[in-house]
Design a protein around this ligand. Sequence first.
Ligand SMILES: [Zn+2]
Length: 257
Amino acid sequence: MAPPADKFKYALKSNDAWASYKGHQNESFFPTLAKGQAPEILWLGCSDSRCPETTLLGLQPGDVFTHRNIANILSPTDLNFLSVLEYAVVHIKVKHIVLCGHTSCGGCVGALSDSRIGGVLDAWLTPLKAVRAANQKELSAIQDDGERIKRLAELNVKQGVDVLMANYVVREAIEKRGLDVHGVLFNIGSGKIQDLGLGTDGELTQSKDGKISLTDGTEGQGKRESASAPVPEFEIVRGNHAMLVFNNDDTAVLTVR
Ligand SMILES: [Zn+2]
C-alpha cells in the first residue's frame, strides 16, 4: 500500500505502526515509560532535522533528555536552555551532558555569511558571529567551504562547553557527583559522532584524594582519570530483535536475534 502523500498523515500512520511494533516487541515498554523518566544523558544539539539525537545514538525513548535550538548555541542568559539544564542536572541528575554540533550546519553557514538573514535570526546567531570574529584568521585560511563550516561548528561547541563549565549548577555537580561534560561533532555525511575531548574529558584534573578540580583548560593537563567503579562486561540496550551490545572496550555491535 502506497504511503499517504500528506507527510503529516503518513507520520501519524507511521507512529501507529511504530507504537504497535514496540508494544509487541516488549509489552512493558510503554507502561514502564509512563511511570517516569531517569535518562542519564542530557543532549544539547541543533534543531536540524538530520540530527535526531535518540535515533542517531541508537537509543530509545526515555534515554535522552533534550534541548535543541538553531546551531546549538548556548547563551548563558537563555532561560529556556538554563531551565532544561537545571532540571536535568539538579532534578533528574543526569550523568552526562553532551553538547553536539554538526557538519553542514545552516546556522554556521548563516554566521559565516556577511549578509543579513532577516527577522530575529540575525540576533539569534550573534554569539556564533562572535565566535567567527574571534577566529576569523583561522577560518579565512580554510579554502574548502564545507571544512570552514565544520571548523566553525567545532569552535561553537568549544564555546558552548565553556559556557557549561562556567555554569554554577554544572560545576557543583561535577565536583559533588562526577557529572561528565562532553563536546562532540556529528558528521552528517557518515553518521558518526566524534568526541572533541572537551569539558570534563579535557579540562579537569583529579588529585590523589579523588577531588576533581577545574583547570583553565589551556595547558592540556591530561585526561581525567576514569572512575574506580567496576565497568560491567557489557550492557544491553532495550530491544528484543535488534540489540546494541556494548563491549568492555567501548565498542558496540548490533546484534539481531
Ligand atoms: Zn545545525
